[in-house]
Design a protein around this ligand. Structure first.
Ligand SMILES: [Zn+2]
Length: 502
């Protein structure tokens, strides 16, 4: 979860709220029946991990939690990656299928390949897992965040929710499949990466840009998002992140010679900036849909009532009813699902109470609908402000300000891929009977974006079940129910076999 976005969560608030989620149960079931056929509901019991498999999975989880992988002087992603590399090599994975590499000594990524039985034209499936965690201050916690503590049915420690539980479950599952002599029909790849939470050496981005051959895939499964929401133990919905908006910050600046405030000039940096911000406040970006949001609103329309349901059907029509879109836009979680949004988030101006401001500056934060580039949005802001005295600059994730923004566009997502959703739904429902599975567009950001930018569809799904009010990622006393860990282990074992075929 990229901290900077602030809204990233294993269980995103948008695109629907809790009451909607509660109602989502039956209609997604119907959608799935339509989409994937009755096979989605044949619930043969899943193979479960043996006591020995569980013991190893727990040992790996403990080892990862107790390896500090924060982006701090005490932390080293390499320590975690190298420890996992040793496990794969000791288990007999060929060295040419186990790569430890990265642009920085402390930020090495591990890429492991479980090779297909023979030559195949099918591209691999990549499992993308970040190994870094957010810093945790022992003084804020009731246990040592870098000690793996089992207490009252939970595992405690930094990374137990985000996302060493999935790192460990996938390492354990790759090892188990190898031990069992399983040969997939297509390669399965596991990438354990650096600097998702921050830092200068994002491993997912670096790998896809510098070592595409190691991570090239038909699609990516990223357990850093999605999962099963529990309400008092009852599984309510399984979210699968199927696309993401693109996060961009823009710095809007007005400058002025300034002077003594007793002699105001006709031009004024603060007024020029606030006039631009007023225009932004009054502006809404155009209505848009893609295959993921279309599925989402189709599902929701079936469950809503009255005007809201009618409006949702009206925006799904061709052409879309823009009056209906305007009515739905009063609900931010709807609006953000059918357009780019840009909003002023910070202001700074002036240097003294009795001086005319020489600089007035605002940060405008945009969440860009897939298919548009940050530069395209920057140009739209310039046209909207229509004030040549203002500058509109791009601010990168590393806070580097530049005159222009990236031209790259996030891929418009394809319709959810059946070879992902059919087994994902079947296996999820074998563990949590009847739980609806729905694709969602995330308004925050994960490392999936780097693969989406490279044209590789990415799906966020952890198979981790958490109570809605127990999201502790990045927070204090981060914890995971022990039972959730075992279930995710069983999910990944069957899911990897389904993705690998045979
Ligand atoms: Zn994360």
């Amino acid at each position: 979860m990229l901290c900077k976005t602030g809204v990233r969560s294993k269980f995103p608030g948008p695109p629907y709220n809790a009451s909607m989620r509660r109602n989502i149960f039956s209609f997604v079931l119907a959608i799935l029946l339509l989409s994937f056929g009755p096979a989605a509901f044949s619930q043969s019991p899943l193979p479960t991990a043996s006591a020995e498999d569980r013991a190893l999975a727990r040992e790996i989880f403990k080892q990862l939690i107790e390896t500090n992988t924060t982006d701090t002087p005490k932390g080293s992603v390499t320590a975690g990656s190298a420890a996992m590399q040793k496990r794969f090599l000791d288990a007999g994975f060929p060295p040419e299928d186990v790569h430890l590499l990265g642009p920085d000594a402390r930020k090495q990524n591990l890429v492991v390949r479980l090779r297909a039985a023979g030559p195949t034209s099918e591209k691999p499936v990549l499992f993308l897992c970040h190994m870094d965690v957010v810093e945790a201050l022992p003084s804020d916690w009731h246990t040592d965040p870098f000690q793996f503590v089992e207490k009252d049915g939970y595992y405690y420690g930094r990374g137990t929710q985000d996302m060493k539980e999935s790192d460990a479950a996938l390492v354990a599952t790759f090892l188990r499949l190898h031990k069992e002599g399983y040969k997939p029909r297509r390669d399965l790849i596991l990438a354990l990466t650096a600097d998702e939470e921050g830092g200068k050496f994002n491993g997912a981005q670096w790998l896809v840009q510098q070592h595409r051959e190691l991570v090239d895939a038909a699609w990516v499964i990223n357990p850093d998002a999605g999962g099963v929401e529990l309400d008092h133990g009852r599984a309510m919905v399984a979210d699968v992140e199927a696309t993401e908006k693109v996060y961009s910050d823009f710095q809007i600046t007005a400058t002025n010679p300034g002077g003594h405030s007793s002699r105001p000039r006709p031009d004024n940096a603060i007024y020029e900036l606030t006039a631009a911000i007023d225009k932004l406040a009054a502006y809404t970006f155009p209505f848009e849909m893609n295959e993921v949001t279309r599925t989402y609103f189709t599902n929701l329309a079936a469950q809503e009532k009255g005007q809201t349901a009618a409006d949702m059907r009206a925006i799904l029509a061709t052409p879309a009813d823009l009056d209906a879109a305007a009515r739905l836009s009063t609900e931010p979680s709807f609006s953000s699902n059918f357009r780019t949004t840009c909003v002023a988030t910070r202001l700074a101006a002036g240097h003294a109470n009795n001086a005319l401001a020489q600089t007035a500056q605002a940060n405008v934060n945009c969440r860009i609908f897939p298919g548009h580039s940050p530069e395209e949005i920057r140009q739209q802001l310039i046209a909207l402000f229509a004030d040549s005295k203002l500058t509109v600059k791009y601010v990168s994730d590393a806070y580097v300000v530049s005159d222009t923004a990236p031209e790259r566009k996030a891929m418009v997502p394809p319709a959810p891929i059946k070879e992902v959703f059919e087994p994902l739904t079947r296996i999820t429902q074998a563990i949590w009977p009847g739980v609806p599975v729905t694709p969602v567009m995330e308004n925050g950001a994960t490392d999936s974006i780097y693969f989406a930018l490279a044209g590789i569809p990415s799906y966020g799904y952890s198979a981790i079940a958490l109570e809605r009010d127990d999201d502790r990622a990045h927070g204090q006393d981060e914890r995971l129910p022990v039972d959730s860990y075992w279930k995710s282990l069983d999910f990944f074992y069957s899911f990897l076999k389904a993705e690998g075929g045979q």
